[in-house]
Ligand binder design. Sequence first.
Ligand code: SF4
Length: 413
Amino acid sequence: MSVKRSDLSFNEVLAKYPNFPKLIALKIDMHRRGLYYTSKALSIFDPTRHQQGGTHIFGTRDGKLTARPEALTLRDGTSVLSQPAPIEHNPYIVDLIDGKLMITDQNEAIDEAFFWDKPDYYDKRLPSGAIMQNVASARPQRLYIAPNRYCHFWSDGEGCKFCDIVNNLKQQKEEIAMPARLKPDDVRETVKEALKEKGRFTAICLTAGSDFHGEKPFDKEIDYYIEILQAIGECFETARFPAQLICTAVTKEQIKRLYDNTGVSSLTYDIETLDETEFNRVCPGKARWIGYKEWKKRLIDATEIFGANRVNTGIVSGSELAGDTRFTSEDEALDCALKEADDLASNGVSVVNMVWIPRPKSPFANERNGSLEYYVKLAIGLQEIRRRHKLEIDFDDYRRCGNHPDSDLARAF
Ligand code: SF4
């Protein structure tokens, strides 16, 4: 059954939601559709000054790892983590017009954009031989570390259907010698080097594939995060440091062990979709090992350890509309997501959304994501819920993360 979707254009959405910031709508639409750099735009990309992509834990939208810009910043500081898409997919075109990098659509210039600045540490090598950008990639103000690029749900064919992590790892190993698993010493030395660039980084984020091994399920995942976080902690003089861990929803005892033995300060258990039926269908590994209701319970449990405003969950919005979904319309999916987000918020847990990108090496490669109007309504709804429940999201906002249109709104609404 096909899902009923809004067909409003970019300008029609702006007209219907006049208070919604144009540049955040543009970011959403670029995430939805992808982008394409013209050769003129690439002529001003300077790999000695600008940050190149290819190091991310998830794959690219056109399946290529060739050296090209990591991402863009808009005039208001909004990050656009959009990637090149095949030209036949109708992406936005990034062109050079009168010496300025411009985002264009159907030959109309929409707004100016800027390449990200490359961090000072990026090309340095560790004693182990690893290049530092493969240990920690960067966003404008945050270090992003993926200690383990293998997800064990894939071993049983139970990876999330929107995800390409293991296929991406295979490609990265072949093409850029990406290590599957990081050594704690390499992580510590890279963070130490990155922090020498005064004023650039305000936070660290860790995320990795799930590992259900151990005496109790996921003990091994937690043991390894403790090792890595302790190594990072050696770079700081304070007991707690600004680090967000995105991991599997483990038990209260397991997350307390991690909290007590490291300086991590905020926590994310990504539930991916806010509906039990869709969770079971889209995330079979998470469903079998933990389950939807238990995932929610563990999020709420974690607020008792991390405190208020320090726990959230992410959704890959639009993946619930793909394939054999139970939803018949975007509005039905939206109602369901916002009710569940409200329930979590009433228990101290924020929800942030990622615009789902169908990646060619994932099971949902040939599916469609949501409409622009759907994502605009979702961003407004999630931000309103957070405001109503007086929740803050500074550890996952436009400065720290830059991937969530709803948390971009925290500075506008
Ligand atoms: S848990 Fe799901 S989204 Fe996360 S790495 Fe594994 S398959 Fe991918």
